[in-house]
Write a protein that binds this ligand. Structure first.
Ligand code: SF4
Length: 450
């Protein structure tokens, strides 16, 4: 068989090289099959799963989406609200608790104990101490946290006071994730972030002092006005903080961002951020500097200080097919291989829950082959795979099934394959989201991730 690049492009097995400028659109592969295939017609599949008996051996996670932020960042593509008062937030939390109560009563979930819990957003740390206490008490009344190995919580540094951090620690949070993004006040401001560098230092210092088992900080390579010098300074400041894990995203500009809106209004195709080559070079620089400081690269986006202690139960469980009961507006979940997403408008969400219905807006029931591809592409982001794992779990020889794609990765210097071990090179790792589409079923290639 001919494995050259033209053959692969012609067969739609890989994307043609594109202009390296950052244009509008999503590059990040968050799930599989792509969201554009999820439909309202499949919602009944989720409802049918809920009536099945609970599986004895599938781990369960719980996700709650808190869609409130102090300000909308110019690059944000999430559904967030910046104008809700305390009463409206309480109404939302009440609806969330009603939703989780409805789930807890269903045979598929009754009596199950979550292995991991994730508070995401938006900004979970936007909630007040009393709102957090009521929320967690209500959640625990539905599902016991006795066997929960990880409770992860996303924070915006400027929303954290010592009192709030104490309350978050008391909730049992084991993994605190700080959305630092950049340490430079001008860059933070010009990208619409609400926090400033002084707040990062204060929040991080106190969080460290009160002993969260793991602290992650998020950075973004290629924010508007980012320079080489600034990026290097960001990395040395991040290393000086000594976090347990650092997650580095490459800036993308999806269509539903204010940055895209401004581009459109100005008739521009190229986003005012660094091109992809520069962003990859900056992440490569970051990985190398962290490695010099004793960190290990643990995925396409993360470095960890101590691989023997650093865990990310949420990511690893989800990628390998755990159930995720998600609740809250616009949240994404999966139960028994059926993906679903909730209603994305807060008023419609609250109304639906109060009518006693599940506020699911679209869903997708995966088949065995799609579950295999999903796990393969998501776990490939870790940078190394063992063919034997997929043989045992799915009865598929990935070296045969993906022979053209893997040969292409090897010939381009993106991966090394030895025996049954497939390992991405740093070059491959830094552009893995672009390369993953080649492993999708043909009908899912070139689909939009919206
Ligand atoms: S803090 Fe996060 S969720 Fe909130 S607006 Fe900014 S990017 Fe979006």
């Amino acid at each position: 068989m001919n494995f050259n690049k033209e053959y692969l492009v012609q067969e739609n097995l890989t994307k043609p090289e594109k202009d390296e400028q950052t244009e509008a659109g999503n590059y990040f592969v968050a799930n599989y099959p792509p969201f554009s295939f999820w439909q309202k017609d499949y919602v009944s599949d989720v409802l049918a799963v809920l009536e099945q008996p609970a599986p004895p051996d599938v781990p369960l996670g719980i996700y709650f989406h808190i869609p409130f932020c102090r300000k909308r960042c110019h690059f944000c593509y999430f559904r967030v609200y910046t104008d809700k008062n305390a009463g409206e937030i309480r109404n939302y939390l009440e609806a969330g608790l009603r939703e989780i109560q409805n789930y807890a009563a269903k045979p598929y979930l009754q009596g199950r104990k979550p292995k991991f819990i994730y508070f995401g957003g938006g900004t979970p740390s936007y909630l007040s101490v009393s709102q957090l206490e009521e929320l967690t008490a209500g959640m625990k009344a539905c599902f016991s946290w006795d066997e929960t190995e990880e409770i992860a919580f996303e924070c915006e540094p400027g929303t954290l006071t010592e009192k709030k951090l104490d309350a978050i620690r008391k909730m049992g949070v084991t993994r605190l994730s700080l959305g630092v993004e950049n340490f430079d006040d001008h860059i933070l401001e010009s990208n619409g972030r609400a926090h400033r560098s002084g707040e990062i230092d204060r929040a991080y210092g106190y969080a460290r002092k009160i002993g969260f088992p793991q602290i992650n900080i998020d950075l973004i390579a290629g924010m508007m006005n980012e320079t080489e010098e600034n990026w290097k300074s960001c990395i040395s400041q991040a290393i000086a903080l000594d976090p347990d894990m650092v997650t580095i995203y490459q800036m993308e500009v999806p269509f539903n961002t204010t940055m895209y809106q401004r581009m459109k209004d100005a008739g521009k195709v190229t986003a005012p951020v660094a091109d992809w080559t520069t962003k990859r070079r900056w992440v490569s620089y970051a990985f190398n500097e962290f490695e010099k400081a004793g960190y290990s690269v643990s995925s396409a986006y993360t470095v960890v200080k101590d691989p023997s202690k650093a865990k990310f139960v949420y990511r690893d469980s989800l990628w390998s097919g755990a159930d995720l009961l998600s609740f809250g507006v616009a949240s994404f979940g999966q139960l028994s291989g059926v993906h679903y997403q909730n209603q994305a408008d807060i008023d419609a969400y609250i109304e639906t829950v109060h009518r006693g219905e599940f506020p699911i807006f679209r869903a997708y029931p995966t088949n065995e082959e799609e579950r295999f591809i999903r796990e393969f592409v998501l776990t490939f982001k870790l940078g190394h795979l063992q063919a034997s794992y997929y043989q045992e779990k799915f009865g598929i020889d990935v070296l045969k099934r993906f022979e053209p794609q893997l040969s292409y990765l090897q010939s381009e210097g993106f991966a090394n394959i030895e025996g049954g071990s497939i390992r991405l090179t740093q070059d491959g790792l830094l552009q893995i989201d672009r390369l993953l589409h080649a492993f999708f079923l043909k009908e899912h290639q070139n689909a939009r991730y919206t």
